[in-house]
Design a binder for this molecule. Structure first.
Ligand SMILES: [Zn+2]
Length: 160
């Protein structure tokens, strides 16, 4: 009994840690699965790169960020609405996160990396994820915004 309880406690703690670190979250796993199925080769959380991109496609020198809308302040997104309580605190925190994201994208660009940002609220359908990534590869990186609802059909994911 006691051992079972301790084990449960340990498991729930590590789950909690995982959530706090913000890595291997649902949205990111989803993107990874989609890219994997499409035959892309990628690496995860390259700490040696600015901003520690969630997913990196070395072949295309492409860094992919999978952003939670709230934490990264997705412009004009419902999910990014700030709480009424402690509004200033949250506003400052999210502004800081956004500034860090911008700096990372600039630094990656300076190192010759392309960058695509995938927003949590836009991950619902697989084709649009592939669309954004394929578009970024074609155009040398851009924000996924520009591709949302854009072309589809002609973009086949290239296998490595
Ligand atoms: Zn959003």
């Amino acid at each position: 009994m006691r051992i079972g309880y301790a084990l449960k406690l340990m498991i729930s703690r590590s789950e909690n840690m995982r959530r706090v670190r913000g890595k291997d979250t649902g949205p990111e796993l989803r993107v990874r699965r989609v890219l994997h199925r499409a035959g892309y080769r990628f690496r995860l959380h390259r700490r040696d790169l600015p901003g520690c991109p969630d997913i990196v496609l070395p072949k295309y020198r492409l860094a992919v960020f999978v952003n939670g809308c709230f934490w990264h302040g997705h412009d004009g997104c419902k999910r990014a609405a700030l709480p009424h309580t402690r509004h200033d605190f949250w506003a400052a925190k999210i502004a800081g996160n956004k500034a860090r994201d911008r700096a990372a994208i600039e630094a990656l660009g300076a190192l010759g990396w392309h960058v695509v940002t995938l927003w949590q609220c836009r991950l619902k359908d697989e084709p649009s994820i592939l669309d954004s990534v394929a578009g970024a590869i074609r155009n040398g990186g851009c924000d996924a915004e520009a591709h949302a609802g854009g072309q589809s059909g002609d973009i086949a994911a290239q296998a490595d």
